[in-house]
Design a binder for this molecule. Structure first.
Ligand code: AMP
Ligand code: MG
Length: 337
């Protein structure tokens, strides 16, 4: 009897193991802290592969954080910032690629995206315990820095700062690059679908268990826990830059984290939030910050030359979209503004 029971239990165990192998609708939900923000991952597939994919994604995020962080003194970026004015400084292929691609968007956006304003970012320190409104005398010397003073050498993979005030900050783009790396990792894992949220950056991979696309919400900047619209994405990115994501208030004024390199102060383009939908999360992140600073009209003109779609929400509550937004099954839900 014992033997029969043992054989039966083994069979049950085998069946349940096989069943779990065959399952592709299992949902692994995890969270992780990297890039100064909470990262959440939902990954569908069989249980082992989904858990393995989550581990691989989080390990990669930790690795990337150690390259791109402007806050850790040990990061490769911090070492570059400490040395690249004195002489051309050699960097990894990966950091070189991210800086080079970002500079292309700095140029395309005529400096609305400007990765050279690290000193201004540190001066305002928005989102940290040191955040404050700096005196104009502290801001004005730093306006001497701009992205054209970052010189790259493709052969030697070196970066050289031509102005002592230049410091690279990749806060506007690094999570975007990381999102593309997540998509690469997921495509090498045996999973059917995933949604990973890195702060305001969301990447979707594959499809839902029912085969459909993922529906991603666009927050209402005046009430960020409320959705103003949704878009559908299968594999790609939905990236938002918003004045509600990181800010402090003083004397009734809001000081948010997206700076205008021309003034050295939080951008006042009239945009409260811009969401970019496109295949590449890196491109979406570059564009989201650029469009935020450019404002609606110039922003839409910039977007017209790309394959990206966008939802732009102005401070007065007006919502504008790119002409091709219906390709993303755009659904306007209405706002509170
Ligand atoms: P995002 O949320 O992608 O728009 O990026 C905002 C972050 O990028 C800030 O927290 C800063 O670290 C950095 N940043 C702020 N203003 C700019 C700008 N005009 N160009 C490039 N990076 C910026
Ligand atoms: Mg960005």
């Amino acid at each position: 009897m014992k033997k029969v029971f043992a054989a039966f239990s083994a069979l049950v165990l085998m069946c349940s193991t096989c069943a779990s192998c065959a399952r592709t609708d299992y949902l692994e939900e995890r969270s992780h802290y990297a890039f100064g923000t909470v990262i959440t991952a939902k990954i569908w597939g069989n249980p082992d592969s989904a858990a393995d994919a989550a581990e691989k994604c989080f390990d990669e995020l930790d690795r990337l954080d150690a390259v791109f962080s402007a806050n850790s003194e040990k990061s490769e970026l911090s070492r570059l910032n400490a040395n690249a004015f004195a002489a051309a400084f050699p960097v990894s292929d990966e950091l070189f690629y991210v800086i080079k691609t970002s500079l292309e968007y700095c140029s395309l956006s005529d400096g609305a995206l400007d990765i050279s304003l690290g000193r201004l970012v540190k001066l305002w320190a928005i989102g940290t315990e040191n955040e404050r409104v700096p005196a104009e005398s502290e801001i004005s010397p730093l306006l001497a820095a701009d992205y054209t003073q970052i010189e790259l050498d493709e052969e030697s993979k070196t970066v050289h700062f031509l102005n002592e005030y230049v410091q690279i900050d990749l806060g506007a783009v690094a999570k975007g690059y990381a999102g593309d790396r997540m998509l690469e990792i997921l495509s090498g894992c045996d999973v059917t679908g995933a949604v990973i949220s890195l702060g305001g950056n969301i990447v979707a991979f594959g499809s839902k268990p029912d085969g459909g696309a993922f529906t991603i919400g666009v927050a209402d900047p005046t009430s960020p826990s409320t959705l103003i619209a949704t878009v559908d994405v299968s594999s790609g990115a939905v990236v938002t830059s918003g004045d509600y994501q990181r800010y402090f208030e003083e004397n009734g004024a809001r000081y948010h984290h997206i700076l205008d390199a021309a003034t050295g102060r939080p951008s006042e383009s009239g945009i409260a939030g811009v969401t970019i939908i496109c295949e590449s999360s890196f491109e979406a992140d570059c564009l989201s910050t650029a469009v935020f600073v450019l404002g609606k009209e110039k922003g839409l003109r910039l977007l017209a030359g790309t394959g990206a779609e966008a939802v732009i929400i102005e401070r007065n509550g007006a919502v504008s979209t790119t002409p091709g937004i219906s390709n993303c099954s755009y659904n306007y839900l209405g706002g509170t503004a």
